[in-house]
Design a binder for this molecule. Structure first.
Ligand code: SF4
Length: 339
C-alpha cells in the first residue's frame, strides 16, 4: 500500500508500475487529506464561513470539495469571504490586515501538518492576536491504517510511507503495525531512486519473512526539530475519535484543540459541531483510499468523472489518486482531449 498521495503521484509520474514485475501490485492508501474529508466537516467549514465578519482562509485543494449542499467555492461565488493561502502562518498576516474581521482557518491535513498549525496558534497567542481561529480537521494515519488492515477484504503485504511522517508520528507506531500484521514497512523520500530502494527493501523483508520498519531511504529530520514539533503539537492538540470520508469514525485518529486555547478553536467560538453530513456523490473514493481498488476500477473514471468535471474528492484534489491517475496514466490523446 502506497500510503501517501504524493508518493502515488510520484509513482505515476515516473511510470514505475510499468517497470515493476507484474506480481508486485501497488495500491493506494488514505494519504490524501482532502480525499478523506467527510461532507460533515466541509459543512462545518461552510457554516462558519457564512457567519458575519468572517474571512475563511484555505488551501486551494479544499475549495471545491463538496459538503452536503455547498462547498467553500460555491459560497465564495455567492459572496462569502474566502481567501486562498499557501501556509497557516499566512492567516496571521490576513488577521493583522483585517482587525475588524475574524480569520478562520480550516486546518486540513495529516500529522505532518500539525506542527505548523500549532506554531501559528502559539504565535497568535503570544502576540495577542485574537481575531484568528482554527477549525481543527487534522487526521492521524497510523490508527487509520490499523483500521484498514483489520478489513478482511484488504490483503496488504507492506506499507510504503512518506518521510513526512518521521517529523511527528512515532516511528514506533509503524514498527508496531508491521509487527502486528506481519507486514513490511518502509519510509522513503520522493525521488525515483528513494521509492525503488524502499520497494526493494519491502520485497526483501517479505521474501525473508521479517517484519520491520526501514527508514534507510528517508530524509530524517534532526531529533531537535522532531522534539520541537512534538512539544508544540502536544501543547495545542490532543487526539479524539474522528470521522473519515468512506472509512467511518476511527478511534483517536484526529486532533482537537486543548481547552486552554479555546479562543483559537473556531468550533467553540462559533458553537459548530461536525455533523454526519450527506455524501452527495456516487463515488468509489472509499474503495480507492483503502487499497480495495484503483481508479480504473471505478466506472466513472475518465468518463463521467474527469478533472474538469470531478465527482469525488480523489479527482478534485491535486494529490488525489484519481486526478494523478488521469494526469499520468490515461493514454496521451485522451488526456489531451480532456486537458
Ligand atoms: S474516478 Fe471520480 S467517482 Fe470514481 S472514485 Fe475517483 S473521484 Fe470518485
Amino acid at each position: 500500500m502506497v500510503v501517501c498521495g504524493a508518493h502515488n503521484q510520484a509513482i505515476l509520474r515516473y511510470r514505475l508500475r510499468e517497470e515493476l514485475p507484474s506480481r508486485l501490485e501497488l495500491v493506494s492508501g488514505p494519504g490524501c487529506s482532502v480525499c478523506v474529508m467527510p461532507a460533515g466537516h466541509v459543512d462545518a467549514f461552510v457554516k462558519v464561513a457564512l457567519q458575519p465578519d468572517v474571512i475563511t482562509t484555505t488551501c486551494e485543494d479544499l475549495l471545491q470539495v463538496p459538503g452536503s449542499r455547498e462547498s467553500l467555492a460555491s459560497i465564495r461565488q455567492k459572496g462569502a469571504l474566502v481567501e486562498v493561502i499557501s501556509s497557516p502562518r499566512d492567516c496571521l498576516d490576513v488577521a493583522r490586515r483585517n482587525p475588524d474581521k475574524i480569520i478562520v482557518y480550516p486546518a486540513v491535513g495529516f500529522e505532518a501538518t500539525a506542527p505548523s498549525v500549532a506554531e501559528t496558534i502559539l504565535e497568535a497567542a503570544s502576540e495577542g492576536i485574537t481575531n484568528f481561529c482554527v477549525i481543527p480537521s487534522i487526521r492521524l494515519l497510523p490508527p487509520t491504517i490499523d483500521s484498514i488492515m483489520c478489513d478482511p477484504e484488504v490483503d496488504i503485504d507492506g506499507l510504503l510511507c512518506s518521510d513526512h511522517v518521521t517529523t511527528i508520528s512515532d516511528t514506533e507506531a509503524y514498527t508496531a503495525l508491521a509487527k502486528k500484521y506481519n507486514i513490511s514497512c518502509c519510509i522513503a523520500g520522493f525521488d525515483k531512486s528513494d521509492i525503488l530502494r524502499g520497494l526493494i527493501s519491502m520485497v526483501m523483508q517479505i521474501r525473508h519473512g521479517v517484519s520491520l520498519f526501514d527508514d534507510s531511504s528517508a530524509v530524517i529530520y534532526s531529533s531537535e526539530d522532531n522534539q520541537n514539533a512534538r512539544r508544540m503539537v502536544s501543547e495545542v492538540f490532543f487526539a479524539v475519535d474522528t470521522a473519515w470520508r468512506g472509512l467511518g469514525t476511527i478511534a483517536e485518529s484526529g486532533f482537537v484543540i486543548r481547552d486552554e486555547l479555546s479562543l483559537y478553536d473556531a468550533t467553540k467560538r462559533f458553537n459548530v459541531r461536525f455533523g454526519e453530513g450527506e455524501e452527495r456523490c456516487s463515488c468509489h473514493c472509499d474503495m480507492i483510499i483503502s487499497g480495495r481498488g484503483l481508479p480504473p476500477d471505478c466506472p466513472s473514471f475518465g468518463m463521467a468523472c474527469t478533472p474538469q468535471n470531478p465527482i469525488g474528492p480523489c479527482m478534485i484534489s491535486s494529490e488525489g489518486i484519481c486526478a494523478s491517475y488521469f494526469k499520468y496514466n490515461l493514454e496521451p490523446s485522451r488526456a489531451a482531449q480532456h486537458a
